[in-house]
Design a protein around this ligand. Structure first.
Ligand code: NAG
Ligand code: NAG
Length: 305
């Protein structure tokens, strides 16, 4: 049986027996929450982020939750997760956030899978209104080198995307049109990646070192990166903590603290880490398969309350 990992349906099913709603505390004002879905999902799928919004509202009574929809409807939103230039998607996200009067005093952000990476771009490019905490749930911050379990397994889109990426991930027309190409990180061709990647190489300050990106990321209270211990979706899974293959080969993975990005502090990650503002959490299981219980204990109590 194939697995549709981007959808949160799996953990919802798994969590059913475990979860008991805790009685909400006296009314409090919680910071609003902005979410961005993963590949193959949409803002408002009732079995996935739609359900997750309700769960947050139960846990944090009367919290305002905005799940970003890129496009006019959820079909477009899902398709744009494959085929709309990520830089354009980030601009749209920035306007949706800036034009929402409920968010003017700041918000916490939760991004699932590629949505975690895209929300980091929002933090770096669009500091107003301020993002308070960024919770990245399995986001590939150093990109991916392979799409081992393409989502929508029965869908032609996935095979198509994979074949195209194998041919020329950094060709400009492919970069323009394929979301996953824009965070494709080929460790055997680091130079080509830095030259050709229109999104990831830019937000990771690989080409133009844009100090604004660093300053803006340093405005976060906390950057929280969740890695799934048995992730079979993001290759290498250490990318979820900003680790990546050592340049020139595809086997040995350097942890964040040994990467150039960290040592040169090009994005402020070292500063965040040394100031206890970069939290590296690991969750058991495969990509996005956390339970509600895990999320309540590790995220809601610590960062959203
Ligand atoms: C750096 O990033 C900011 C925010 O996105 C942008 O306004 C500015 O033009 C960028 N600077 C350069 C030199 O690319
Ligand atoms: C993770 O993978 C290891 C090694 O394959 C296995 O022993 C372990 O049971 C897995 N854990 C979970 C939570 O799936």
């Amino acid at each position: 049986m194939e697995i549709t990992l981007s959808l949160l349906t799996v953990w919802l099913a798994m969590a059913n027996g475990i979860f008991e709603p805790s009685s909400p505390p006296a009314p409090l004002k919680y910071a609003p929450i902005v979410m961005w879905h993963g590949m193959g999902d949409s803002c408002c799928n009732p079995f996935s982020l739609g359900h997750f919004s309700k769960f947050l509202e139960e846990q944090l009574p009367s919290v305002y939750v905005k799940s970003l929809q890129i496009g006019d409807n959820i079909v477009q939103d899902t398709e744009n997760g494959f085929f709309m230039n990520v830089n354009d998607q980030v601009s749209i996200a920035c306007s949706l956030i800036a034009s929402d009067s409920q968010l003017v005093h700041g918000y916490n952000a939760i991004g699932f899978s590629q949505g975690g990476l895209f929300l980091r771009a929002v933090a770096q490019r669009c500091p107003n209104p301020p993002m308070l905490n960024l919770i990245s749930v399995g986001g590939p911050h150093q990109g991916v080198y392979g799409l081992p379990h393409c989502l929508y397994p029965s869908h032609h889109m996935c095979d198509y995307v994979r074949r195209v990426l194998n041919v020329g991930a950094y060709w400009s027309w492919i970069q323009d049109r394929f979301v996953q190409a824009e965070y494709w990180h080929d460790p055997l061709n680091e130079e080509e990646y830095k030259e050709g990647s229109v999104f990831l190489a830019d937000i990771n300050n690989e080409k133009n070192k844009n100090n604004t990106y660093r300053e803006n990321l340093l405005r976060l209270h906390k950057l929280v990166l969740i890695k799934f211990e048995n992730d079979t979706m993001v290759l290498p899974k250490e990318s979820e903590w900003f680790g990546f293959y050592a340049p020139g080969q595809g086997k040995v993975v350097l942890p964040l603290q040994e990467t150039e990005l960290y040592l040169e502090d090009r994005l402020g990650l070292k500063t965040l880490y040394e100031g206890n503002r970069l939290d590296l959490l690991s969750a058991p299981g495969d990509h996005l398969r956390f339970t509600k219980e895990w999320f309540i204990q590790n995220i809601i109590h610590k960062y959203l309350n």
